[in-house]
Design a protein around this ligand. Structure first.
Ligand code: GTP
Ligand code: MG
Length: 195
């Protein structure tokens, strides 16, 4: 699945610009800077097919990537980023919410949680939206290389406890590092069962 071509399809700025819902997709959601774009690059073995950056708020559109001709990976704008102008943030958030609650072909949302920070209030808000929309989601812990094992384990426990409160959450947590390649094969295998 991940060995073939990966092509950027388009950056969507409004629901009217969505590609036709003619194939299955999974998406990557999470707070700004959590590592969504980097994870897509790691999964697809590309350096910068999804543009990653140290500046929070880098991804501002819903970016569609085609895996071969039958599947999409979807990189979402981050949430919880306060520094952009309010009307701009409000527009991304509205788009994100419309997408997460209304895309027929979305098979699962991966909600990325920073290994250093665990689940925050804004993550709960997104998870609650997914619960209400009956979109199954799975948590992926990112940046596992950036924190000690003891602290990582604490945040894993905190995240598992948080997930237990959400009916749409898939219980299994995947721990990753895009930098070191940790958990990437597991996540690829999971995605391959879905799309
Ligand atoms: P927005 O598009 O702004 O919402 O951010 P994003 O979630 O797409 O994050 P992005 O992939 O751009 O990564 C943010 C920063 O974290 C970049 O500087 C990445 O290099 C870094 N980063 C991402 N994943 C990892 C990881 O697994 N380990 C380490 N050490 N750094 C990472
Ligand atoms: Mg991004």
């Amino acid at each position: 699945l991940f060995a073939g071509p990966v092509d950027f399809v388009k950056g969507v700025v409004a629901m009217s610009g969505m590609p036709p819902a003619d194939r299955l997709e999974v998406c990557f959601a999470g707070r700004s800077n959590v590592g969504k774009s980097s994870l897509i690059n790691a999964l697809t073995n590309r350096k910068n097919v999804a543009r990653a950056s140290n500046t929070p708020g880098r991804t501002q559109e819903i970016n569609y990537f085609a895996l071969g001709t039958q599947r999409y990976l979807v990189d979402l704008p981050g949430y919880g980023y306060a520094a952009a102008p309010l009307p701009v943030v409000a527009k991304w958030q509205a788009l994100l919410k419309s997408y997460l609650s209304g895309r027929q072909t979305l098979r699962r949302a991966f909600v990325l949680i920073d290994g250093r920070h665990g689940v925050k209030d804004v993550d709960h808000e997104i998870m609650t939206l997914l619960d209400r929309s009956a979109v199954t989601f799975q948590a992926v812990m990112t940046k596992a290389d950036k924190i000690s094992k003891v602290e990582l384990d604490q945040n894993i426990d905190q995240t598992r406890a948080a997930l237990a409160k959400h009916p749409a959450a898939f219980p299994e947590l995947i721990v990753t590092s895009s930098e070191k390649g940790l958990g990437i094969e597991t996540l690829r295998a999971t995605i391959a069962t879905l799309i």
